[in-house]
Design a protein around this ligand. Structure first.
Ligand code: PXL
Length: 258
């Protein structure tokens, strides 16, 4: 069984963060493991509080786990703050980790900061150790300091900023009746678009987490990045489609019900 590690924040409502990642990994037949970077207080109605863990707490979770078990893929999600990010960087630097997917989480969809954008250097250091990074449009624009909207150009530029990683740019924040995710593959410099109809649903909480953990699983299962990206994009589309008639809580329900 493939072992996948999520390094992420805790979301008690399980729509996003570590709990969502573990549900996805289980659904894909993988063995999910988790290191917590931050505790959040939240529901489907938004994030009310965030407590990042210390560098020492993140490092100790990882040192203990990774000296026993090495995963087949890693998904890095919410970092919380620069301290917790330093703990994550230590783990990426000190262990032979593979298939590293870094989701560049900066803001929650409800607008609560999940990482302090002024500490970009620590986030970039982590992104540079990734195989693939998965920003959404506002994140890539913020990281590049631009308001350009050309997806292939943005993906290429972010790859350059990260000294050559692949970039899977999520299309959900753009307008239009379709959603197009864009992969810039550093292996051959190709750009691939994955387009799906936009699904009318308010159950969108954790869409990015579901995508990045799905991508990590498919990479661990032996798919090429281009295949894994297409399968992850289709998985999210199918999850949103299947979950659109479900009800959970009073706000934005989960993107993936399981
Ligand atoms: O979807 C981004 C995200 C990731 N991780 C945690 C979150 C959120 C959004 O709320 O709470 C823990």
């Amino acid at each position: 069984m493939k072992k996948i590690l999520s390094i992420a924040g805790s979301d008690p409502s399980a729509g996003a963060g570590l709990q969502a990642d573990l549900r996805v990994m289980h659904a894909l037949g993988c063995y999910g493991m988790g290191i917590v970077t931050a505790i959040t207080a939240q529901s489907t109605q938004g994030v009310s509080q965030v407590w990042p863990l210390s560098c020492e707490q993140v490092e100790a979770q990882g040192d203990t786990l990774l000296s026993d078990i090495l995963p087949d893929a890693v998904k890095v999600g919410m970092l919380g703050d620069v301290e917790a990010a330093a703990g994550v960087f230590h783990l990426l630097e000190h262990y032979p980790l593979r298939n590293i997917v870094v989701d560049t989480i900066i803001l929650s969809s409800s607008g609560k900061p999940l990482y302090d954008a002024k500490d970009t250097a620590a986030l970039l250091a982590i992104m540079r150790r990734a195989d693939v990074v998965t920003p959404n449009l506002p994140e890539v624009q913020q990281l590049l300091g631009t308001d350009d909207t050309d997806a292939s150009q943005l993906a290429r530029e972010l790859s350059r900023l990260c000294d050559g990683v692949s970039v899977f740019l999520k299309g959900g924040h753009s307008d239009g009746s379709d959603v197009t995710d864009t992969l810039f593959n550093i292996k051959d410099g190709s750009v691939t678009f994955y387009t799906h109809p936009r699904i009318a649903t308010t159950n969108t909480h954790g869409t990015g987490c579901v995508l990045s953990s799905t991508l990590a699983c498919y990479m661990a299962l032996g798919h090429s990045l281009a295949e894994a990206a297409g399968m992850a994009s289709a998985f999210v589309s199918e999850a949103l489609n299947q979950g659109c008639c479900q009800t959970l809580g009073h706000g934005h329900g989960p993107a993936f019900f399981g």
